[in-house]
Design a protein around this ligand. Structure first.
Ligand code: GTP
Length: 638
């Protein structure tokens, strides 16, 4: 990912109505007075105000009202934005409040991370998938159409975030008032900045006793060079000040640019996401860039030339709400009426049949960093399982999926993931769905082998790794590295350095930040990263460290393949229920050439062929069947 030098052009905000912390000259939405601190009379008053508002919710629109209002909104009144932050800084909670204020969901129900729809998201409390939702907001006598993307905070899901950026012009950069800037705040900031999004800094969780708002402001100003005056302070949990965000978004975030989005041109819509619904089949989320689209239209995918008749179109509000027509600027869903997940590619362009428009530029292909093998347990229907896996992958196009065969576990699939959290989340989903029918191996990383003559091969299956004992044409083995960006309190600097060195890390940058934190960059082999590096980092920093990482390419490495070749066979003779004799046939592996002079070639050959005979003999003596679950237990490192 390109990391651009940090020099921001921040235009002065046109709106200064956001509440300023500890400022005497600003007003709160609730009281019209300041200052305002947690526990103060104003704060209590404001809590009451929020509750009152919840008791008088914005009415939820019917389908007819919704489509009627949307149909009258011009492109200049569209605002497409994403919320980005470090993990747990409150993106999903803030989304809940925005949905309540705009009447998409009823505030009287207990809304908790409405957009985190997957089971794993609810169970683990983290966002895995980017979710898009549409809102209508009435501001200064006009309706505005807002598309909000709630994005995952964890780096493993960065591709989701990048794809979502493509349909956005602005980003709310959310910072937890008590934690301040963390590694993923920095990484997400650079991503949004490199994609030219207008950034609105937001400090969240100001209701916490541990909130240190001035410190968070200093960090935002120093690290990102964003204007202090532009920062909006909110409590996503209580809803405090959240309503100021919407006018700010409308004033500051540009509409989809008219030179890129044109409703008069023939249809071009980019697929940004897809998922599977058992009733209607494949559903796609599209960014309509040109023209319009309605039910009954005949469309084709530019990549595959496959043609379909559109069965339904509409917006996510937060669930599917059908509309008669989609127009440029909208990020909306399309039901193409087919069931096969292989027919849809995220990044592909949809156009009308017979139209010759050029496809839109596609998305960056996912580059898997971690591989696991998945194999059906004995007696499971391979075909059926493959079909159901494909449905899961439809919802996460960052997973790379290929058939493979293992000597031990038979025919199965090789799955590539963007990181170990990604792999572990997916493993949960697979296990939930398939239980004991699926054997999942421990994660590995892809190695690169360079052969004489310049040929290179990426190897992710240990079986394919070149055998060091054979005369080999291998000239170089390389392994993947990541650039790890870590932030933690200064006093742990030594401990973290030791950890990184022990994990074969190479230091690249060390900075002491003004807030008592250290920011450190190390290149670390991906194999170490996926071996619970984050857990170890948390361990040596008492849980205070945060980690972000990015692909750092391949580096030459001194690695070898280790094989477990032979085993002991125990033979027992039993008579009358008692073992009367026992013999252990030892593993026959031995370095038969150890004491031999290198030049004694004929003797060497003789000894090796004798050893080969011995191996044959071993095979004839004992055949061991290892049950699949024993393999699974062995492959699970813990
Ligand atoms: N006190 C307080 N807690 C908050 C506030 N906003 C969010 N939280 C809590 O912080 C935790 C994380 O909030 P989420 O909204 O799930 O955070 P997120 O950024 O969406 O997390 P990921 O999707 O996993 O990256 C939850 O327990 C929220 O209730 C706030 O303003 N004040």
């Amino acid at each position: 990912m390109p990391r651009r030098p940090l020099r921001l052009q921040v235009r002065p905000s046109t709106l200064r109505s956001a509440v300023r912390w500890n400022s005497t000259s600003t007003t709160t939405a609730a009281e019209g007075s300041a200052p305002f601190t947690p526990g103060s009379e104003q704060y209590k008053g404001y809590t009451k105000y929020v509750l009152d508002k919840r008791n008088n919710p914005t009415p939820i629109l019917s389908n007819e009202e919704l489509s009627e209002r949307i149909s009258r909104i011009p492109l200049k009144n569209y605002r497409n934005f994403i919320i980005v932050a470090h993990i747990d800084h409150g993106k999903s909670t803030l989304s809940d409040r925005l949905l309540e204020i705009t009447g998409v969901v009823n505030p009287t129900v207990d809304n908790k991370q409405v957009l985190d729809k997957l089971d794993v998201e609810r169970e683990r409390g983290i966002t895995v998938k980017a979710q898009t939702v549409s809102m209508i907001y009435h501001y200064r006598g006009e309706d505005y159409m807002l598309h909000l993307v709630d994005s995952p905070g964890h780096v493993d899901f960065r591709l989701e975030v990048i794809r979502s950026y493509a349909s956005c012009q602005g980003a709310l950069l959310l910072v937890d008032a008590s934690e301040g800037i963390k590694a993923q705040t920095v990484a997400n900031f650079y991503l949004a900045y490199s994609m030219n999004l207008h950034l609105i800094p937001v400090i969240n969780k100001i209701d916490l006793d541990t909130a240190d708002v001035p410190r968070a402001e200093d960090q935002i100003e120093e690290t990102f060079e964003l204007l202090r005056d532009d920062i909006v302070h909110v409590s996503a949990k209580t809803g405090f000040n959240v309503e100021y965000l919407l006018p700010k978004i409308i004033e500051d975030v540009p509409a989809p640019p008219a030179e890129k989005y044109n409703r008069e041109l023939p249809l071009r819509a980019q697929v940004v996401d897809s998922w599977y619904d058992p009733y209607v089949g494949v559903i796609m989320l599209v960014n309509v860039v040109d023209g319009s689209l309605k039910k009954g239209d005949k469309v084709e995918f530019c990549k595959t030339s496959e043609r379909y008749e559109v069965k339904e179109v509409g917006v996510m509000y937060p669930d599917r709400r059908p509309l008669p027509l989609l127009v440029a600027g909208q990020v909306a869903y399309v039901i193409p009426g087919f069931k096969d997940p292989n027919n849809v590619f995220v990044g592909d362009t949809l156009r009308k049949v017979g139209s010759a428009v050029e496809p839109l530029p596609g998305f960056e292909e996912p580059k898997p960093m971690v591989f696991v093998g998945a194999f059906p347990a004995d007696g499971t229907d391979f075909k059926k399982m493959e079909e159901s896996l494909q449905h899961l992958f439809l919802n996460d196009r960052s997973v790379v999926f290929q058939r493979t065969t293992s000597n031990a576990l038979g025919q199965g699939w090789k799955l590539g993931f963007l990181g170990s959290l990604h792999a572990s989340i997916f493993k949960d989903r697979l296990e939930k769905e398939h239980g004991k029918n699926l054997i999942i191996t421990a994660p590995t990383v892809p190695y690169k082998v360079a052969f004489k003559g310049g040929r290179e091969k990426i190897i992710s299956n240990p079986d394919d790794f070149p055998d060091g004992t054979k005369k080999s044409s291998v000239v170089q083995l390389s392994e993947p590295y990541v650039e790890a960006l870590m932030t933690f309190p200064k006093e742990y600097t030594g401990a973290v350095m030791t950890l990184c060195e022990n994990n074969r890390g190479q230091q690249k940058e060390l900075q002491y930040l003004s807030n008592g934190q250290t920011l450190m960059k190390y290149d670390i082999p991906t194999a170490h990263l996926i071996d619970d590096f984050f857990g170890k980092l948390k361990g040596v920093t008492r849980g205070y460290a945060s980690l972000d990482y990015d692909d750092a390419g391949y580096k030459p490495s001194d690695i070898y393949k280790m094989e477990l070749l032979q085993f002991e066979v125990v033979i027992q003779a039993r008579a009358n229920g008692r073992v009367v004799a026992r013999e252990t046939i030892k593993a026959r592996r031995k370095d038969v050439l150890a004491k031999l002079h290198a030049s004694d070639i004929s003797r060497r050959k003789k000894l090796l062929s004798k050893q080969k005979e011995g191996k044959k003999h071993m095979k004839s003596v004992g055949q061991v069947h290892i049950a699949n679950d024993a393999f699974q237990a062995f492959l699970r490192r813990e």
